[in-house]
Ligand binder design. Structure first.
Ligand code: PLP
Length: 403
């Protein structure tokens, strides 16, 4: 059997077998890594990607690569997407998406709270290209409707959003874009396909930073777009190949291995995050905990409806955030004080509200108030790893004694 399995197996089986098959030349059961920039081709092959067809085969790794192909297939089956395209980072996926779909005169509505890099890209670079950007609190559907213009081409949402774990109701937002030519793009990096399948809820394109849970081990940076083959093939031919933000085959190989255990890891992340969230919520020195799985989350009802796994991301607040940052940095044994998230190791990082609001977000007074409802003057964003939950709680307990 030299083919990857074709039956509609369940997620855990697909994660292990999807996109993979024993190598036809050697029988090796683990994917070969094709670290080749170029391929021997027939003399008929032309030099421009515009001449490429489905039968062209591999020509040059910026156009396509067998290791990337294997990862694309596995991820597409897990997300229940027709197609997947890979990028050198999450931001390369997002910038290629924007440059492909938006041109001068167009308008995009973006969630007020998204990953800081995506926010800064929209705010600093798109306007220079003549693209208008409106920021809406997408957890309130009416606010999106109020921003709609005849020129609106895209609605861009993160759910749950980085860093505050606020949700947007994808199914309801999709009723706005349905039967229009507005693309609904949803970044579900925090939830992964194990938590939400936004395409099934009506999104047109899903974004993932593979750097986070999908790679899962804090070693490889990568990004993906998932959706209809017709759209993504056009994006690949017209934009990705020309802009050039493609993934290295080595990273694809690492992420392919990480993805094999995604369903197992997400169960462990969720279990640990639940335990740590409950521990923190009951601790006298903690002012507030935000975790979609807790009944105290302002949108716990929506979380229960739209998330099949609450993931490992939570935030908490204490009285003296600056002092706490120093204490955690020095005294936490298991949590690394670092940016990024979704790794097997636990990570925590302080995000100061005033500094985020001035550097990355451009909010109205009402949006700022809503942000503070979730984040106060600042939060610790915690990516709960897959260590033993009791060890994580006692590590935190020891550090909190010093506050
Ligand atoms: C990290 C992240 C990104 C960007 O991914 P990179 O691989 O760092 O470029 C985009 N969206 C979300 C939600 C993220 O957390």
């Amino acid at each position: 059997m030299n083919k990857s399995p074709k039956k509609p197996y369940k997620a855990q089986t697909v994660a292990v077998h999807g996109g993979e098959c024993p190598a036809p030349n050697t029988g090796a059961t683990t994917p070969n890594i094709a670290m080749s920039s170029t391929y021997q081709v027939e003399p008929e092959i032309q030099f421009s990607v515009a001449d490429r067809t489905d039968d062209t085969g591999y020509v040059y790794t910026r156009w396509g690569n067998p290791t990337l192909q294997q990862l694309s297939e596995k991820l597409a089956v897990l997300e229940k997407a027709e197609s997947c395209r890979l990028f050198s980072s999450g931001m390369a996926a997002i910038s290629t998406l924007f440059l492909h779909f938006l041109s001068s005169g167009d308008h995009i509505i973006m969630s007020d709270i998204v990953y800081a890099g995506a926010s800064e890209l929209a705010q600093e670079i798109l306007p220079k290209m003549g693209i208008r950007v409106s920021r809406a609190n997408t957890s309130k559907v009416q606010e999106i409707k109020d921003c709609l213009l005849p020129e609106t081409k895209m609605i861009y949402v993160e759910s749950p959003c980085n860093p505050i774990c606020r949700l947007s109701d994808i199914k309801t937002i999709a009723t706005i874009t349905e039967k229009t030519n507005i693309l609904l793009v949803v970044d579900t990096t925090f939830a992964t396909p194990m938590g939400i399948k936004a395409l099934e809820l009506g999104a047109d394109i899903v974004v993932h930073a593979l750097t986070k849970y999908i790679g899962g081990h804090g070693d490889a940076v990568g990004g993906a777009l998932l959706g209809p083959e017709e759209i993504l093939n056009d994006l690949h031919q017209s934009s990705t190949v020309r802009l050039g933000g493609v993934m290295s085959p080595f990273n694809a190989w690492l992420i392919l291995r990480g993805l094999s255990t995604l369903p197992l890891r997400m169960r462990a992340h969720e279990e640990n995050a639940f335990k740590l969230a409950q521990f923190l919520e009951n601790h006298p020195k903690i002012l507030k905990v935000i975790y979609p799985g807790l009944t105290s989350h302002p949108q716990n009802q929506l979380a229960r409806r739209q998330l099949s796994n609450f993931s490992g991301m939570l935030t908490f607040q204490v009285q003296d955030m600056e002092k706490a940052a120093r204490v955690f940095h020095q005294h936490l044994d298991l949590f690394h004080y670092a940016v990024s998230l979704g790794h097997h190791k636990s990570i925590l990082f302080r995000m100061d509200t005033a500094s985020l609001l001035s550097s990355s977000y451009h909010l109205s007074k009402a949006q700022e108030e809503d942000y503070r409802n979730y984040a106060g003057d600042g939060i610790f964003r915690v990516s709960v790893g897959i260590e033993d939950a009791e060890d994580l709680c006692s590590d935190m307990e020891e550090a909190l004694k010093l506050l």
